[in-house]
Design a binder for this molecule. Sequence first.
Ligand SMILES: [Fe+2]
Length: 509
Amino acid sequence: MMAVAAAQKNREMFAIKKSYSIENGYPARRRSLVDDARFETLVVKQTKQCVLEEARQRANDSGLTEEEVVLAKTIAETPEGENAVQKAVLVLRMREGISSLARILKSIENFKGVVEHLESRPSKKEGMQFDVLVKVDMNRQSLLQLIRNLRQSSSLGGVSLLADNSVSIKDPWFPRHASELDNCNHLMTKYEPDLDMNHPGFADKEYRARRKIIAEIAFAFKYGDEIPNIPYTETENTTWTRVFNTVLDLVPKHACLEYVRSFKQLQEERIFEAHRIPQLQEVSEFLQKSTGFTLRPAAGLLTARDFLASLAFRIFQSTQYVRHINSPYHTPEPDCIHELLGHMPLLADPSFAQFSQEIGLASLGASDEEIEKLSTIYWFTVEFGLCKEGAEVKAYGAGLLSAYGELLHSLSDKCEHRPFEPSTTAIQPYQDQEYQPIYYVAESFEDAKEKFRRWVATMSRPFEVRFNPHTQRVEVLDSVDRLEGLVAQMNTEMVHLTNALNKLKASSA
Ligand SMILES: [Fe+2]
């Protein structure tokens, strides 16, 4: 009974996760990554507790270890479930040499696994003939069964499993390749106007239907697809024009230099025009040329963890729908006007793009508490950040540059300016009802990055990661081979840089 009750509680919490803004009376004036991260931490904590309780009960009932029950449950709850194909490395010790190996290979074949690589060496253990390393591709359920057989060893006599790296509930999962972001589409809420009575579009059936059509594009999107263009309506373009013209007035005086520069470039390329909403695909192509960032359409807010993970791949998840015409200057959630006017110009700046990516890389494998801290840092920098420019303070946060009310407030004497310092910014409570009483001012993007890197080094993650732009893959720097490869690559770069420097010196001499 206890297991059933725990499973039920678990299901209820997932239901809450899908529409928590209503069930929990989302208190904020607008949706925030910080609140989302906080909520997710709570759900994950409670879910883990339920899983453990359930596992204990099932272990008692079935005679399996708790770890095996949790492992089976983890597999069952992955998006692809038990049919997902998994790569695994098994290290086996064999008493009888070839005959033991034949039994193992037969067993892998029976489970429809594919052996990718096989290596053997004489065992150092007395009475044993070989130690064998086998790399296999196999569906998760079969892999679990095979590992259990190997651990018990009875059905595969003479073989013992020394190690496997197949499925570990201790290792945090995070996307290793940009294509795996296809699995990260966990929305906190699906169609906000349907759920929230205070939403400006709640009573407008036509608006809600439109949002659903646009959201479906994001749900159907897969890595490598071109982002479908949306024929925006006259009403939607009018909403854009109003906000665009306001931003145009405020930019020269209040926006940072980097924003002004990219904004101008977007105008020159006729991507930013007053009369029409730019399409995500054309903006994505512009960003790719400038900094390697690209866009993915998002149907609404993602979980904080998934949103930050995308940044690690220089991918920005952008909404494509437009706020309601009755509320052109305030939207309770991000819409494409906020994304386009607030975020795009700075994502085209190399230094800022690097800063955004570093927040993303720091989030991979981070604990829930650290995700909350990173979300808070993201909020006080990428969304509401200010920076010094000579003796002046300018805005670079997207939430400020796409909302003139808060922009003017943030630069007035009605609020406090504090120097950006990741360790204190990360724990600053976020005011979600009104404008912020405190804003953080960076000396420069370079200085912000330097401080951020020092702070990231204090995080709990026991490994380093790097993004390989050639393969679009995040690499965990945990092997000598990989580090040696990187050193060789950097040496090549250094040779080119030194040659270039020498040539410039020679030509100017
Ligand atoms: Fe934003």
